[in-house]
Design a binder for this molecule. Structure first.
Ligand SMILES: Cc1cc2nc3c(=O)[nH]c(=O)nc-3n(C[C@H](O)[C@H](O)[C@H](O)COP(=O)(O)O)c2cc1C
Length: 147
């Protein structure tokens, strides 16, 4: 069975906690998943399936803990050859045009690298859903049928 590598970007911990819960949920569903701490470009290049879970900071920016990975992918540009990818973007719609900008940027880069987005991106709005898990876990149930 293929393993899903989960990459997370988080400033205050919400996206990191969600990534942990998602990893547990996938494993409970009988799907191999692992969290990648301190991610490197090779971790994405070698992953069998890629799931990115990231919040947004600044004005539509990626958190500092995932930004080096994004920039490394952009500069080294490892083609992903149709590798299955998916993105959960966390944000707050009160930020207007930059809502979920971090996740949107990452998804766009994965597509430029020829990753295949197997399920439309899930955007979680902290203004609406204080607890992201009830929104994300049903989406994960769908995702494992696509991975
Ligand atoms: C300083 C700051 C800037 C933010 N900027 C944005 C933004 O531009 N767009 C957006 O959708 N959300 C923005 N957010 C909201 C966060 O992305 C959201 O609260 C998220 O759930 C935080 O997750 P984290 O705890 O993993 O960092 C911002 C939050 C803070 C505190």
């Amino acid at each position: 069975m293929a393993t899903t590598s989960i990459f997370y970007g988080s400033v205050y911990g919400a996206a990191e906690r969600l990534a942990e819960a998602v990893c547990d949920k996938m494993n409970d569903l009988g799907h191999d998943a692992k969290l990648i701490d301190n991610p490197q470009v090779e971790d994405v290049a070698r992953a069998e399936q890629v799931l990115v879970i990231t919040s947004t900071t600044g004005q539509g920016d990626l958190p500092d803990n995932i930004l080096p990975l994004y920039l490394g992918l952009q500069s080294q540009f490892p083609l992903l050859g149709g590798k299955a990818c998916a993105v959960i973007a966390m944000g707050d719609s009160s930020y207007g045009d930059t809502f979920c900008g971090g996740g949107k940027q990452f998804e766009q880069l994965l597509e430029e690298l020829q990753g295949k987005i197997v399920l439309p991106r899930l955007d979680i709005d902290a203004m609406v859903d204080f607890d992201p898990e009830p929104v994300a876990l049903p989406w994960i149930e769908k995702l494992v049928t696509q991975f």
